[in-house]
Design a protein around this ligand. Structure first.
Ligand SMILES: CC(C)(COP(=O)(O)OP(=O)(O)OC[C@H]1O[C@@H](n2cnc3c(N)ncnc32)[C@H](O)[C@@H]1OP(=O)(O)O)[C@@H](O)C(=O)NCCC(=O)NCCS
Length: 211
């Protein structure tokens, strides 16, 4: 930033610096989003949850996780911690219930950090689906990124056949912008057309996204 460029109010509030994802917990009441971390007390539950997620056919198809066993799950989790350490990726575990069981995950990363362009993704474990968990968690992370990290534009890309993800994007206020042809190779090994959705910082909050 040049000396003559005024710092945005958001950047001024973020002690870690402009366009840095700084660790934060997002409390939605019955659902808590917390940065992935190697906290000893819950590590086993998190690792088992990741292994279960990786084995789920929908996640394996649309959002493959390299977590076939606890060792791989730990490596995945350490990469998420590294993203937080560098401020270039924000990866939240989505927890619910009194026992803080793992429900899913939301991840956000800069595509072009200098330009404020980020991409968001999500998955939920089968038992948590259909209860607006993904919508609420993705909506919360979106608002947090605009408010605290000076994100300018956040994108969601999902395979055209992944209608549940399309619904989450719509309900979180990500407008459909077009179809990308054979743009990404998914877990089934095939290149799929994708819908591109995006939200700008200036876009209105969606009305009651998880009603
Ligand atoms: C996509 C996913 C995260 C949705 O999680 P969820 O917690 O069930 O999401 P929500 O309950 O917030 O909303 C689900 C929406 O999808 C709809 N939906 C669910 N299954 C659907 C299907 N097979 N076809 C069409 N819509 C479907 C629901 O009706 C709901 O929309 P509505 O509220 O407008 O009725 C979950 O299915 C998942 O983990 N899938 C595998 C991984 C994945 O696809 N990740 C996204 C990659 S881009």
């Amino acid at each position: 930033m040049s000396a003559s460029t005024p710092m945005s109010p958001v950047a001024a509030q973020n002690p870690a610096g402009r366009r840095t994802f700084a660790r934060a917990a997002l409390d939605l009441g019955d659902v808590l989003l917390r940065p992935w971390a190697r906290e000893a007390a819950e590590l086993d539950v998190m690792l088992d949850g990741l292994v279960a997620a990786a084995a789920d056919p929908l996640i394996a198809r649309w959002n493959p996780l390299p977590a076939a066993d606890r060792t791989e799950a730990m490596a995945w989790l350490e990469l998420r911690e590294g993203g937080w350490d560098r401020g270039d990726a924000a990866s939240f575990a989505v927890l619910g219930g009194a026992d803080r069981a793992l429900l899913g995950a939301v991840g956000l990363r800069w595509v072009d950090r200098a330009d404020g362009l980020a991409m968001i993704g999500y998955w939920t474990l089968p038992a948590a689906r259909g209860r607006s968990v993904a919508t609420r968690a993705t909506g919360a992370v979106t608002s947090w990124a605009f408010a605290t990290a000076d994100a300018r534009r956040i994108e969601i890309a999902h395979a055209v056949g992944n209608e549940a993800s399309c619904r989450v994007a719509h309900r979180c206020g990500y407008l459909f912008e077009g179809t990308l042809r054979e743009s990404y190779r998914y877990g089934d090994g095939a290149y799929h057309d994708e819908h591109l959705h995006a939200r700008l910082a200036a876009d209105p909050e969606p009305a009651n996204p998880a009603a």
